[in-house]
Unconditional design. Structure first.
Length: 186
């Protein structure tokens, strides 16, 4: 009786050796797909960090006075040109193509420090980045009072996702970034 049990147990052990190969064949493609997903989401996160840093650099550069010793030459176009140059340099340093960037899908509605009306994107300096200045960063406290003025930079960048056998395969995802900085006066 004991001998019969041992033979049947050894037969079961011998029969399950092929099951490991079948389990590996079922699990490995799923594991590979997960590793690919982690890689591609990591790439998207890296691009998000790069364009956010570029927007911050552009806003910082655009907030500085264009000419510290020249009175009257600190025009809005000069601020936007400084911001545009800084954004392009930061994107090129991150190995991203600045020509692929676009205005955000919805342009931020921001209030002007000088007129109190809405501020549009400065298309003169760039057709890729939405640079808005001077904007109110803090609300005004009463009639004639002005809040803290600043500059806003916003954009979006395309990312082509590749994850086979999913609905995300070969989809273009737009990654958005924006930054606001207080204008410097000196």
């Amino acid at each position: 009786m004991k001998m019969l049990k041992r033979k049947s147990i050894s037969r079961l052990i011998a029969d399950t050796r092929g099951a490991e190969i079948a389990e590996a064949a079922a699990v490995l493609p799923l594991m590979f797909l997960m590793v690919l997903g982690i890689f591609w989401f990591g790439q998207a996160f890296s691009i998000y960090g790069a364009i956010t840093r570029a927007a911050q650099e552009g806003a910082r550069a655009g907030s500085l006075p264009y000419c510290a010793t020249c009175i009257g030459s600190n025009t809005l176009g000069a601020y936007a040109t400084n911001a545009n140059t800084a954004i392009q340099n930061a994107m090129l340093a991150s190995k991203l193509d600045p020509t692929l960037a676009q205005y955000p899908a919805t342009i931020p509605t921001l209030i002007s420090c000088s007129t109190g009306g809405s501020v549009g994107c400065n298309g003169g300096a760039s057709t890729n980045f939405c640079i808005q200045a001077p904007i109110q960063l803090t609300p005004t406290q009463g009639l004639g009072a002005t809040g803290l003025c600043g500059i806003s930079v916003s954009m979006r960048y395309p990312y082509h996702f590749w994850l086979p056998f999913t609905s995300l395969n070969k989809q273009t995802i737009w990654i958005a970034a924006s930054s606001r900085v207080r204008m410097e006066t000196r």
